[in-house]
Design a protein around this ligand. Structure first.
Ligand code: FAD
Length: 279
């Protein structure tokens, strides 16, 4: 089986933690980030339609399933700006030949007319097609960030993308990925110096790419300070000081152990959501 080319990591979305009847509503939700779902999401985004794309896996597909992509699909991907990349990587076919031993029995031309931009089909493993679609999604995200230059959070997400590229084995140049990630977090922090996500991402970069644990810790502390006081106390008590739930219940005036456990879980979920950290 071929190695996974792209792994995004799991991101919990704040929509998932809405309570009761406070249900999130989005005009368009595409379920499934295979070639079809990714293409549809890109197509809609290029037309200015906000779209939420969901997948039940945190990576592009493994192994080769689709290996033939037709002329029509390539023309469609031209519209999404990635047709040429697919053709450059794939093996181009228009003519088929059938042999018996060394003798050719039959030849057929799937593209009998001249002047078509694209061949009859290409052979390309599905995971390459998906990886190029994912790259296009990232480009669109960058364009969105440029259009809304004063919003901090998307830049912080882009910084995380550079960390993931290294931790998931998609890039090996730590220095250039770290520089790119830090340029994003610094611009995010210029816009909003208290943005917890950007602070946390800087922590990730210093920890994973620069191996500078002191700065990473300072950033983590700054992000933690963005939480509400009770959440902070629960996390510090349970995670940093290692207190038992019974001790925490007394300290925090909780009616039961169960209530304390739930409060700690919720505080951690909020911390994860604030920091954009995988659980
Ligand atoms: C063994 C094999 C060989 C094949 N060979 C070829 C070939 O040679 N040529 C060819 O053209 N085609 C081939 N196919 C078919 C090709 O793989 C499909 O046509 C193509 O993958 C369809 O793309 P898609 O985006 O519709 O679906 P998929 O690629 O299946 O993507 C669906 C996505 O949705 C996600 N998902 C599913 N359910 C949920 C859910 N409930 N919630 C959230 N996410 C969900 C999945 O994780 C996946 O990422 C082959 C398929 C197989 C299995």
């Amino acid at each position: 089986m071929a190695k996974t080319k792209t792994q995004f990591g799991y991101h919990r979305h704040p929509d998932q933690d809405r309570a009761g009847a406070d249900v999130a509503e989005h005009a368009v939700v595409v379920v499934g980030a295979g070639p079809v779902g990714l293409s549809l999401a890109i197509d809609l985004a290029q037309r200015g339609q906000p779209v939420v794309l969901l997948d039940d896996a945190d990576r592009i597909g493994e192994g080769s399933r689709a290996i033939c992509f037709s002329k029509r699909s390539l023309e469609y991907w031209d519209r999404l700006g990635i047709g040429q990349r697919m053709v450059d990587k794939g093996v181009v076919w228009s003519v088929g030949k059938i042999f018996h031993g060394a003798s050719q029995l039959y030849q057929f031309n799937l593209l009998p007319e001249e002047g078509h931009k694209r061949p009859a089909f290409i052979n390309l493993q599905q995971f390459y097609a998906e990886a190029y679609l994912v790259d296009r999604v990232e480009e669109l995200l960058s364009q969105l960030i440029e259009r809304h230059a004063r919003v901090a959070a998307p830049r912080a997400w882009l910084a995380k993308w550079h960390v993931l590229r290294v931790t998931r084995g998609m890039a090996s140049d730590l220095k250039s990925e770290a520089d790119l990630a830090l340029s994003q977090t610094q611009r995010a922090l210029d816009n909003d110096p208290t943005c917890a996500l950007a602070l946390a991402m800087e922590g990730f970069v210093y920890c994973h790419l620069r191996r500078d644990l002191e700065t990473a810790e300072r950033r983590y502390e700054a992000a933690l300070n963005r939480l509400r006081e009770p959440d902070r106390e629960l996390i510090v008590g349970r995670v940093e000081l290692g207190l038992e739930y019974a001790e925490l219940a007394t300290l925090m005036n909780k009616p039961s152990l169960t209530a304390t456990r739930v409060a700690v879980s919720r505080a951690l979920i909020r911390l994860a959501a604030e920091m954009g950290v995988e659980r």
